[in-house]
Design a protein around this ligand. Structure first.
Ligand SMILES: [Zn+2]
Length: 343
């Protein structure tokens, strides 16, 4: 952990070496001239985790045709080829709770012990700890263990856990523990509880993930949770999904129905958003107009996004981020990520 933070703190030098390695190992990689980046949205799929998911009947995660393959070696190769200096690993949707509280708590511990081991052995990697929600007691215990003893860079939760969204009052003990530690909470989208009815047979990540992120952010804002736990550093993915387009409408209804919570645009500017997915050309300008550039971070979404697609998305950011309003996106997002992670 200390080594990685030292590396992040000396990003200029690390970037330079990453650029050389990137250019030498992958002729098809994006142009590296602007330097390497920090990737806060990057997934691990340990073998034992995959076995547990398959044994629980999750063969097509969120309607996708298959699970991706993953190893630490593959991940580091991807980073080298894409000019990514540092990455924070996390378990993606559907998380660690496959229907049984006891098994979920055990799987969370195993995943987090694994993540801690990887981060200890690889100074370029950190991890967000998984929590066995919707069991709040087990999740609170595991969050404290991961943050205080394992050196996790934060925790990851799904946008909903079995239909429980993040504004739910039963989460208060967990959020109190996270707030006391000024924790980073990386909110990954997952299928909504009625996915089979609304996804119309299509993979949930295509559309439903973007709506579920917006749904849980709006729940947090309208129930005043962001204000009650002001030290939590919330990170949302894929540019906040459809949120930027809904912010004004949500605020209109907030005033119409007389909710006493702070204005939606003001709260949004205290949250963090990654640029995973397809932020250019249309999504980034809307996001920037809503939250500005200071809390935007980069996310590859590897290994659920294969390396070829990661490279294509990097090329699209290089080609289109400035036109979308974000100059020097590599330097800006890397600096923001260092600020977010406190390194
Ligand atoms: Zn992801």
């Amino acid at each position: 952990m200390i080594d990685r933070r030292t590396l992040l703190g000396a990003l200029g030098a690390a970037t330079l070496s990453g650029v050389v390695l990137s250019a030498a190992t992958a002729s098809a990689s994006p142009k590296p001239a602007a330097g390497g980046v920090v990737d806060v949205h990057s997934h691990m799929v340990p073998d034992f985790y995959l076995r547990e998911a398959l044994a629980s009947g999750i063969v097509f995660p969120d309607g996708m045709p298959k699970w991706p393959s993953w190893s630490v070696t593959e991940h580091l190769q991807m980073m080298d080829r894409c000019g990514i200096d540092s990455a924070i690993l996390s378990v993606s949707s559907p998380g660690v709770h496959f229907g049984d509280d006891g098994k979920a708590a055990d799987l969370a511990r195993r995943v987090n012990d694994f993540g801690a081991g990887v981060a200890q052995g690889q100074p370029r990697l950190g991890f967000f700890a998984s929590l066995p929600l919707p069991n709040v007691v087990d999740s609170t215990v595991e969050a404290i263990r991961a943050l205080d003893r394992l050196g996790a860079d934060g925790v990851t939760v799904m946008s909903n856990a079995g239909g429980m969204y993040l504004g739910n009052a039963v989460l208060t003990p967990l959020l109190t523990a996270l707030d006391a530690r000024s924790a980073v909470v990386f909110v990954h989208p997952t299928s909504p509880p009625n996915a089979a009815a609304v996804a119309l047979g299509r993979p949930a990540p295509m559309v439903e993930f973007l709506f579920d992120t917006a749904r849980t952010v709006i729940d947090l804002i309208l129930l005043g949770v962001v204000d009650r736990f002001p030290h939590i550093r919330w990170v949302f993915t894929h540019g906040g999904g459809v949120l930027p387009l809904l912010a004004d409408r949500v605020d209109f209804f907030r005033t119409q129905v007389g909710l006493g919570t702070p204005s939606t645009p003001n709260v949004l500017q205290r949250l963090w958003f990654d640029l995973a997915g397809t932020p250019v050309p249309r999504q980034l300008p809307a996001l920037l107009s809503t939250v500005g550039p200071d809390r935007l971070v980069y996310g590859s979404d590897f290994c659920f996004t294969p390396i070829g697609a990661v490279q294509e998305q990097l090329r699209s950011l290089d080609a289109g981020a400035a036109d979308g309003g974000l100059e020097n996106w590599r330097a800006v997002t890397s600096g923001n990520a260092r600020s977010l992670l406190g390194v």
